[in-house]
Every structure is written in structure tokens, then in C-alpha cells.
Design a protein around this ligand. Sequence first.
Ligand SMILES: [Zn+2]
Length: 251
Amino acid sequence: MFSKFKRWREQRILAKSQITLQEWQQVKSEIPVLDRLNENDQNKLFTLATLFLHNKDISGAHGFEITETVRQSIALQACLPILNLNLDWYSGWSSVIVYPAGFSRETSEVDEFGVTHTKHSHRSGEAWLRGPVILSWKDTEHAGVRDGHNVVIHEFVHKLDMLNGRANGFPPMQKGMNQGTWSKLMSNAFEDFQVNPKQGIDRYGATNPAEFFAVLSEVFFETPDLLFEAYPDLYELMTKFFLQSPLAPQS
Ligand SMILES: [Zn+2]
């Protein structure tokens, strides 16, 4: 009964949407990482993105103006990882905040002598537990160029990871997936990555298991051949998690 109501509600949202198919196609054409999707998948992505925009509030910070193109570009890239999952994977939070460009954060650390050190770090995005996703538009605008870097995929994969608590590189598994296999393959590869950098995989992934998962996801969607070359077993594992195979020829 509940899912029937949910479907009815979604149909109403879709029917009321002002965004035309041509508009979606126009914005999609500026995001090369979406080129591999066949027509069926494209339409599925447009539907998900429409529902995403209904569910999430996208607002600008530091004077950044949110246009329809900005909203649609973020929605399309954010929905790529959940193309074959569903919007429930982005539940429990409601807003996306967009800065015009990268922003800095002040973090404090106490060293072994009890002295507090304040660090300024430059960020292109952030995902807060049960809070917003924050993006820099400068980094988001050209994120989908298939270079293995995509701040939108990165931050939204943190959100998938946070569905079962703090981001730790261990998201909820799909039905039939084995948690032990995930842990073992991810930990082995993470350990290897600490000492053996891989071509096309950002060294930032060596920071911790949560960043490793987010960075690998960027590569999985943008340059899957490089992930397959570096860690074929992780590529296979991620096809089981995302229920997508970016390397497969599209029909
Ligand atoms: Zn991250």
C-alpha cells in the first residue's frame, strides 16, 4: 500500500515538473560522463533528477546565484551513482549548498604535547553526516569531463556511506552482497594503495577508507578502465554495489 502511494506521489511530482526533456538533454550534453548512458538509462536519470530536485533544497552561498542549469547539472551528476538504486539512498538530509568556488575550512588538532594547531584547508566539496552536501560550482561545473575526478560523485558517495553512520568506507550492502568480502577486498586494496600509487587514482584516497571509497567511485564512473586495471576485483565489487557496469558496451 505504501509503495503504491509513493508511486502515485512520484507520478504527480513528475507530471508537475516544468523541466522539459529538451532541457534535460541540453544540460546532460554538457556532462560527458553521462554519454555512455543509453536512452532508457538517460530517461531513468531524468526521472530520478526531477524527484531529487523536488526533495532537496539547493541554495547558493557567498552570493552564488542558483540557476536552473546549476540545479539540473547537480541533480544529474548526483543521481548517476543511484541510477539503479533509488532516492531512498539519499534520505535523512535535505539540502545542497553551492559556493561560487572552492572554500576554506579551519580545523584544529591537538598534538602530543597538548598544543592546538589550527589548519586552513582548501575544499571543493563536503558532505556532513545528516547535514548538507556542500559543493564549489567552479569544481562542479566541469566535474563530468571523464578525467577521474568528480566532486559531485565524491560527496554523494560519502552520503551513501553515511547511510549507516559516519563515513568509513563501508556503506549498507546490496541484497546478496557479502560484508566480509567488501571489508576484505577494500582493506587489502587500501593497504596496497598506501604504498603503491595507481595511475589515474587520486592520492587523496590514501587519507582513510572513507576517502578511498569516494575516490574509487569517481574513477569507477569516470575512467572505469583505470580502476579495472588497478583493482579488477574492486571494479567487480563496485558493479555489485552500484548495480552498474560502466565498462560494459551500451545497447
Ligand atoms: Zn571526501
